[in-house]
Design a protein around this ligand. Structure first.
Ligand code: PHB
Ligand code: FE
Length: 327
């Protein structure tokens, strides 16, 4: 089913102070602790903290690569221009019981509704991008908002951080203090001696110092762009708020500390692997899995993405493999 109406369908505040929202046959409603999602063949309940952390990333990442599972039932599939919203689609039990449901929307329509829902359901002091240890709680009746936190733009360089014209977060003057967990990270910058005439071509920066100032968790920034190759490092603490279903291979390089990954079959959710990554470990996540990471202490992870728009179709048609290397 497809619809082209891009106005946000919402109803006035309920007894808890929150608006309710509709997207096609899906209805979303929040109370003090839970989000209630209904669709023509079923209903689902999620804790509001889990829901808002996932919703924040789905909005900020413009639906990301492939599938963003909010949990084992609800999620979105990015078709890059239009987006599927689903319930139970990647859950064998829901499919067998014929409780699953999927509708397709233009990206602007679902993004418009998701952004308004995120804004209305985020209370003052709650930051869905932050580690749970660094934010107030999301619970209770409606109490103000947190527009500055939820409209953060992710930092995206067009060439490389440090090259003239590109963004950088590299000093106390930037307004980004070193995070409590990275107090031991040296802040010195590399010395660069450039041959005259090449000043706009050469740059170097301390990536560890840069990441030590990140105020968000599980939100990859883009620090370098070489054709379709994107280096997207990120700082991680607690649990990746979405279960990401890949539509391409991604590489992970664990830059510091430790993350444990649960890797499952993308479509059924059956377990495939546990990947334990310590500082210096490198892993490739195949294109037919979903995964969720657990980081017991704030850690630094480099996610390496191939941004080519051709990949999902090449992999889905079998012309490109779901894994990067034949051993
Ligand atoms: C991923 O799904 O691969 C992913 C997403 C966000 C992160 C790290 C990894 O911060
Ligand atoms: Fe992923």
């Amino acid at each position: 089913m497809s619809t082209t109406d891009t106005t946000v369908k919402s109803s006035p505040a309920n007894e808890h102070g929150y608006k309710s929202f509709e997207l096609g046959g899906f209805k979303f409603h929040r109370d003090e602790f839970f989000v209630h999602v209904t669709w023509p063949t079923g209903t689902h309940l999620m804790s509001v903290d889990t829901f808002l952390r996932a919703l924040q990333r789905d909005c900020a990442w413009n639906f990301f690569y492939g599938t963003v599972n909010f949990d084992h039932v609800i999620g979105t599939i990015n078709h890059y221009g239009n987006v599927d919203l689903f319930a139970g689609k990647f859950n064998d039990a829901y499919r067998t019981a014929e409780l699953d449901h999927l509708e397709n929307f233009p990206s602007e329509q679902i993004l418009g509704t998701f952004r308004e829902m995120l804004a209305d359901w985020t209370n003052a002091g709650y930051d869905p991008f932050a580690s749970p240890a660094e934010t107030a709680a999301p619970w209770g009746v409606k109490n103000g908002d947190n527009t500055a936190a939820i409209t953060r733009q992710r930092v995206a360089a067009t060439r490389m951080v440090g090259v003239k014209g590109d963004e950088k977060i590299r000093s106390d003057e930037s307004g980004y203090p070193v995070n409590r967990m990275f107090a031991d990270v040296p802040q010195d910058e590399p010395e660069v001696h450039i041959e005259p005439g090449f000043e706009s071509e050469i740059a170097a920066f301390n990536l560890f110092a840069y990441l030590s100032r990140s105020d968000v968790t599980w939100n990859p920034s883009v620090v370098s762009v070489v054709k379709e190759s994107l280096y997207c490092p990120t700082t991680e603490e607690y649990i990746l708020p979405v279960v990401h279903g890949n539509d391409r291979v991604e590489w992970f390089i664990q830059l510091s500390d430790f993350i444990s990954w649960d890797v499952q079959d993308r479509d059924s959710g059956s377990p495939r692997a546990k990947v334990i990554m310590k500082a210096g470990d490198v892993a490739a996540m195949p294109a037919d899995i979903r995964h969720q990471g657990y980081s017991p202490k704030r850690s630094m992870l480099l996610v390496w993405e191939n941004n080519s728009a051709d990949l999902p179709a090449l992999i889905a048609s079998g012309k490109a493999p779901t894994y990067p290397i034949n051993f």
